[in-house]
Design a protein around this ligand. Structure first.
Ligand SMILES: O=c1[nH]c(=O)n([C@H]2C[C@H](O)[C@@H](COP(=O)(O)O)O2)cc1CO
Ligand SMILES: [Zn+2]
Length: 162
C-alpha cells in the first residue's frame, strides 16, 4: 500500500511554472516573458526572462513601445527570455533539450533555438500569432523538425509564500 501524495504537480506544470516565475523578474511593463530549458530527462538546464543586457541599466534605457525615434524604444535593446536562457547555459550542449516559454518565440529566438539543437518548444500565450515574426518562427520550426506544442493549462493556482 502506498501513501504517496496524489496532488503533486506534473512535469509540464512544474516547468511552465518555473518559466513564469522567471518572467516575474522582468521589468518590462507590457510583456513579462519567462523561459525554462529542460533536458530530455527532465532536468532544468537554464532559465531566462526578457531584460536589457548586462550593464545596460533599466533606469537609463527605455521601456517604451512606441516613439518616433527607435532608439527611444525597448525593442532595439531588450534581450528576449529564450535567448537569455540559451546564453545563460554554460554547461555545454543544449542538443535534444526542451524549451518551456510563456510566449511563442519570435523569429530571432526561433533561429537561436534551432541552432542550439533544442528539439521541442512548449509555449503558453500565442498573442502574436499571425504576425510575420511568429509565422516565420513556425515555418522555420517545421522545416527544422523542432516540435512545438501549446501548453494545456490545468488552471491550478500554485501559491508560494516567500
Ligand atoms: O519571444 C519573445 N520573447 C521575449 O522575451 N519577448 C519580449 C521582448 C519584449 O520585452 C516583450 C514584448 O513586448 P511587447 O509585447 O510590448 O511588444 O517580450 C518577446 C517575444 C516575442 O515577441
Ligand atoms: Zn524572441
Amino acid at each position: 500500500m502506498s501513501d504517496k501524495r496524489e496532488d503533486y504537480i506534473s512535469w509540464d506544470e512544474y516547468f511552465m511554472a518555473v518559466a513564469k516565475l522567471a518572467g516575474m523578474r522582468s521589468k518590462d511593463p507590457n510583456s513579462q516573458v519567462g523561459c525554462c530549458i529542460v533536458s530530455a530527462d527532465n532536468k532544468i538546464l537554464s532559465m531566462g526572462y526578457n531584460g536589457f543586457p548586462r550593464g545596460c541599466s533599466d533606469d537609463s534605457f527605455p521601456w517604451a513601445r512606441e516613439n518616433p525615434d527607435p532608439l527611444k524604444t525597448k525593442y532595439v535593446y531588450v534581450t528576449h527570455s529564450e535567448l537569455n536562457a540559451i546564453l545563460n547555459y554554460r554547461g555545454g550542449s543544449l542538443e535534444g533539450s526542451k524549451l518551456y516559454v510563456s510566449l511563442f518565440p519570435c523569429n530571432e529566438c526561433a533561429k537561436a533555438i534551432i541552432q542550439a539543437g533544442i528539439r521541442t518548444v512548449i509555449y503558453d500565450d500565442d498573442k502574436y500569432d499571425k504576425t510575420p515574426s511568429v509565422m516565420a518562427s513556425k515555418m522555420m520550426f517545421q522545416a527544422a523538425g523542432v516540435e512545438f506544442r501549446h501548453y494545456k493549462r490545468s488552471n491550478r493556482k500554485l501559491v508560494i509564500t516567500v
